[in-house]
Design a protein around this ligand. Structure first.
Ligand SMILES: [Zn+2]
Length: 243
């Protein structure tokens, strides 16, 4: 078995497939969070800039949007990942209990799963016996539920990550609206936001392996509509003399 041992060593630092899938999930969540930050804070600041050219209200509204949005994203992520990890933990506990209560049936079940994947009766049994001897719980979780005991996502990590992603996205429209001279604020923000959305659209299409052009058109059109809508609303309020 020297070849197998050498093989294991060779690939020891290569991430397993679950690891890569999980990293892509994090990346996808990060891109979506940044996207949200860009669009919602850009829509807010452009809306206020439609009504007034004074900096303090624009800054205040943008900052409030950034903080509120980041907390709301974190909260949503916390709730959703909490319920997911609760249910994964419950499944792991149930499986552990079943393995303790009825090891024979569980071994039979595992062999059955490998037979269903195309292994012969004898091979399936052999695989089940060896996997059970090595790590019974891990083998059952992987074969039955496709989860890894060590990969249960922390809700706190997920919440923090989406708040950070939203904030990074939100900083772009804040800078784009605050730095240029008054006449250029809105056009510069439109341009910066649409370019940034094209980039995030291309990245998420690349992660998902889908068409980049279609993804870019969708996200840029959506962003442009959001900015046009709030700018129009702000401008109407501004010219009506209400604000
Ligand atoms: Zn089982």
């Amino acid at each position: 078995m020297t070849t197998a041992a050498a093989d294991v060593d060779l690939h020891a630092d290569e991430p397993h497939r679950g690891g890569i899938a999980q990293r892509l999930n994090w990346l996808r969540a990060g891109v979506l969070g940044a996207n949200d930050g860009i669009v919602s804070v850009a829509a807010i600041v452009v809306g206020v800039a439609g009504a007034t050219s004074v900096i303090p209200p624009i800054l205040t509204a943008g900052l409030a949007g950034l903080i509120g949005g980041a907390i709301s994203m974190a909260l949503g992520e916390y709730v959703s990942v909490s319920s997911q990890s609760d249910s994964e933990r419950a499944l792991i506990a149930k499986e552990r209990q079943e393995l303790a209560d009825m090891p024979e049936e569980e071994l039979e079940e595992l062999a059955g799963l490998y037979r269903a994947r195309g292994l012969s009766e004898d091979t399936a049994r052999q695989v089940a016996i060896e996997l059970t001897a090595h790590d019974a719980l891990g083998a059952h979780l992987a074969a039955e539920l496709n989860i890894d005991e060590h990969d249960v996502v922390s809700p706190w990590h997920a919440a923090f990550a989406s708040a950070v992603a939203f904030t990074i996205g939100a900083i772009l429209p804040m800078l784009a609206i605050l730095l240029p001279p008054p006449a250029l604020r809105v056009p510069v923000t439109f341009a910066a936001v649409l370019i940034a959305l094209a980039v995030t659209g291309a990245i998420s299409a690349h992660i998902g392996g889908s068409s980049k052009t279609r993804a870019i058109i969708r996200v840029v059109t959506g962003g442009a509509l959001a900015l046009a809508a709030t700018y129009t609303a702000g401008a109407l309020l501004g010219t009506s003399g209400i604000v």
